[in-house]
Each structure stands twice: as C-alpha cells, then as structure tokens.
Design a protein around this ligand. Structure first.
Ligand code: UDP
Length: 332
C-alpha cells in the first residue's frame, strides 16, 4: 500500500520541513537532532533493520519530530500531504558486516528506496540529498580520491551489494535531475565514527574500542597497513547540513571526509595510547575486496561549502570511548 504522511500545518510553525530516511541510524539520528536544533519539522523514516530507536531518544520527545517506522523499499509509493523543503536520503545498511548480511535489502533500499525518495522530491518540489559513499571508488588507483575519479569496483564481489547499489543511486539521482529538473546533490561519505555507533556493528573503530575496553587483543585484518580516513560525526553532519541547505550546491557531488589518512595499525596504537595500554595485535585474514587506501580530496567541499573537519582523531576517539564506556556498562 502507498504511504501517505500527513503533517498538520499547526505543528509546522514557519520553519523548514525535512524528511530523513534512515533516521534511526548512526548518522541519521545525529542529523535529525541537528535539524531539530535548527528549528526544522522533521519526518524520520526507518525500518529499524540496522538502526535503533535508542538513537532517537531525544528526538522522540520533540513535538516537531514524527517517526514513521516503514521499509522504504517495500512501499510502492510515498506521498506527503503538505509542505516539504528537504529530503535527506540516508537509508541503507552501511557497515560491511551489516550489508553483507543484508545484501539484497541493501540493494533494494538503494535502488527502489532511492526511487521512492526521488519521486517524492518531484511531487513535493523538495531539494534532495543522496548520502553516497567513498565505496563508489572501490579499491582506488588514484590517491587521494577527487570526485572526478570514477572508481575501481568489483561488480559482483562481496562488497558489490553496497558499492554498486550506491553507484546506481547516484546515477538515478542525476537521471531524475536531468529529466525532472529536481534540485539534487550527492555526498560521498568517508569512514565516520562517534557516539551512537553500535559497539557490535563490526567496523574498525567500534571493534578496536571494545577490545581496548575489555583488555582483549586488537583484531587486525590483513597486514593492518591498509589506510582509511576517519571523520568525527559532528564534522560530517556539518558538511551534510551545508551540502543541502547552502546555495550553489544543486548538481554537485561532494566528498565529505577527513584527509588525515591513517593505517589500521596506527588507529589501534592511538586507541591503545588513549586507554594507557600496550597495543596487542592479533592478525586475521583480510576480507575480500578490502580497499588498500582511502583518503578524500576535499578541495571542492572547502571551496563551495567552506567546510573542513575540525576534530582531531584523538579528540573524537576520546569522546567515542567515553560513550562506549556508558554503552558497555549498560549492555554488560
Ligand atoms: N578492520 C580491522 N579489524 C577490525 C575491523 C576492520 O583491521 O576489527 C579493517 C578492515 O579490514 C578495513 C578497515 O579496518 O581495512 C576499515 O574497516 P571498516 O569495516 O570499519 O570500514 P570499511 O572502510 O572497510 O567500509
């Protein structure tokens, strides 16, 4: 059945109206909180496959937030009665462990789900942001990666369900923009970390923090010399916010990430130092198609959005560790 979202004009005041898909996820929930702070009325969609209502603890107490627990990919149509200014399309599993486990769901939300959100952008005249990923670059031959690089992706490997469906979502977004003249942009999000990451989502930052807190050895995949660039969630949300609400962003693609490139071993050493322990490493096989290097070229975001990450890795990790200590206590 088609979904009709009704928001009565009396709840809207005069502020902007935003719809966030993937609202209960790590990034989605931080974005919802930010938009509420900016005075937006926010409709949050999420099927809770990998997201959690706990992330929306603050938002659910706010009368300007409406939560819609629906699966975008399963809905034939999504309509909204009333005004809609912005669509932030973040819905998708994002950790390699999650998208490998839910490969088909990942492909459907990034294809059918993206189509639903684009159709809504057309019918409501809303400006649209697609949360894409640095994974569209695959295992890159160009370093650091500018937005103009087309990537090197295995089309049928274990990461393809995520990489290729995000590439499809990008293509569909630009096709809608050409055909229907919608106002749309794509952001490619690099490895992001911070409070509200699920301790067991399998990504490297939560894994290593959890291991440090339990006094276990660090699980290092491959040699640990592969690199990533880790951006703190608050910096990422600022970039997302500007990418959709600032002028001169229609039709753009932006890398949002931290150019501070680190090897996995380096990350483990920083986490160990913050906990005041000696790093003990336990080496495991590298997962298939695990990219060797990953670092964003953020020249465009600097120029158009006047944006760059501000939080040093040590500072962001300290905040994340503190949050995990709370989470770990609650979850035993
Ligand atoms: N990794 C690791 N140990 C872990 C989890 C991940 O060495 O316990 C490595 C993984 O192989 C990859 C990097 O850390 O090279 C980042 O992995 P993550 O799953 O966080 O994100 P990705 O960038 O691969 O999507």
């Amino acid at each position: 059945m088609a979904l009709l979202i009704r928001v009565s004009e009396s709840r809207l005041d005069r502020g902007k109206v935003s719809l966030v898909s993937g609202a209960a996820g790590f990034l989605g929930s931080h974005l919802v909180d930010r938009l509420l702070r900016e005075g937006h009325f926010v409709v949050g969609l999420d099927n809770l496959l990998t997201g959690s209502l706990e992330n929306l603890g603050l938002a659910l107490q706010n009368r300007k937030f409406l939560f819609v627990p629906e699966d975008l990919a399963a809905l034939p149509e999504v309509h909204l009665a009333g005004r809609l200014d912005y669509i932030w399309h973040l819905a998708s599993p994002a950790s390699p462990v999650h998208y490998r486990r839910h490969g088909v769901e990942t492909m459907l939300v990034n294809s059918l789900g993206t189509k639903r959100m684009l159709d809504l952008a057309v019918s409501c005249g809303a400006a649209f942001l697609l949360a894409s990923t640095s994974e569209v670059y695959g295992d890159p031959e160009v370093h650091p990666q500018p937005e103009s690089y087309w990537g090197r992706v295995n089309p049928n490997g274990e990461r393809a369900c995520y990489d290729e469906s995000k590439r499809f979502a990008e293509a569909l977004t630009f096709e809608y923009r050409r055909r229907y003249g919608i106002n749309a942009r794509v952001v490619r999000i690099f490895n992001t970390y911070g409070p509200r990451m699920q301790p067991a989502d399998g990504r490297v930052v939560p894994n290593l923090i959890r291991q440090a807190l339990r006094g276990e050895p660090f699980t290092i995949y491959g040699t640990g010399k592969q690199t990533r660039s880790f951006i703190y969630v608050d910096d990422l949300i600022e970039g997302l916010y500007r990418a959709l609400t600032w002028p001169a962003t229609d039709g753009e693609v932006f890398n949002l990430g931290n150019p501070d490139e680190r090897s996995v071993i380096d990350l483990a050493r920083v986490i160990a130092a913050l906990r005041g322990v000696e790093p003990r490493m336990e080496f495991h096989p590298l997962p298939a198609d695990d990219p060797t290097r990953r670092c964003p070229d953020i020249t465009r975001a600097r120029r158009v959005l006047h944006w760059e990450p501000r939080t040093p890795l040590e500072t962001g990790l300290r905040a994340t560790i503190n949050c995990f200590m709370g989470v770990c206590k609650r979850h035993g």
